[in-house]
Design a protein around this ligand. Structure first.
Ligand SMILES: [Zn+2]
Length: 236
């Protein structure tokens, strides 16, 4: 129930679905969905659900009790109805580019410094990137951004697939987020930037580093002794 279509194909922009349940008029669970629910530092998708001539705006998507719930702008849909879903693709695609960019930058930073990544918050227009590192030099960090931009010029495929947990945990650095411990599940979804990074992740990514384009650092802050925060954004 509530099949997460975006996990297999992050490029699905439209899909049909059936309404499985409706709570309080506006909270809709579907049998399958292209809408990513808020989680893992990636914001929820927005878009539309269409039933006949009625158009509902999807304003929030979250995961509750294992089910993906879509909050609509108004009540009206009922269980059993077949709807057509359309993503706000422009928003989602920027989030995908930002997400893959964040993994690339994290991989470079971890490789160069051994820093621990402590948090990530993607937005449409910028990415907040938190890490723990004793010596932080803005100019050196800019060098890592330049290195990432070099990679974004190359034809580097990005793949995602599931691995048994025991196998996945053998990959060095597969769990980069300091707080993220191996979850109590039999398989992990891995996002692999070929030759650059492999990481356990449930988010949506672009298929090739070329799609990222380029990024620039827009702000850097020290948040206590070893805690660093930088923001970056896509340049186009
Ligand atoms: Zn991620």
């Amino acid at each position: 129930m509530s099949k997460a279509l975006f996990l297999q194909d992050s490029y699905l922009k439209e899909s049909d679905a059936e309404v499985v349940s409706v709570k309080d008029g506006k909270y809709v669970v579907l049998d399958q969905t292209i809408f990513y629910p808020k989680g893992g530092g990636q914001p929820w998708d927005t878009g539309k659900m269409i039933y006949g001539s009625d158009v509902y705006d999807v304003i929030y998507v979250g995961k509750f009790g294992g089910k993906i719930s879509h909050e609509l702008d108004k009540p009206g849909l009922r269980s059993g109805e077949k709807v057509h879903c359309v993503l706000n693709w422009e928003r989602r695609y920027r989030l995908m580019r930002n997400h893959t960019a964040a993994h690339t930058l994290a991989a470079i930073l971890v490789k160069k410094t051994g820093a621990l990544i402590t948090g990530n918050q993607l937005e449409e227009d910028k990415v907040r990137f938190d890490f723990s590192l004793e010596d932080f030099d803005r100019e050196i960090f800019k060098g890592y951004v330049d290195k990432a931009n070099e990679l974004f010029k190359r034809d580097v495929p990005v793949k995602w697939y599931e691995l048994p947990v025991e196998e996945a945990m053998k990959i060095p650095g597969v769990v980069k987020l300091a707080k993220a411990l191996p979850p109590n599940i039999p398989v992990l979804r891995i996002v692999e930037i070929v030759g650059v990074d492999r990481q356990a992740d449930a988010g949506t990514h672009v298929r090739n580093l070329k799609e990222v384009g380029a990024i620039e650092m827009i702000n850097a802050k020290n948040k206590g002794k070893n805690n660093r925060r930088i923001y970056f954004k896509l340049t186009s």
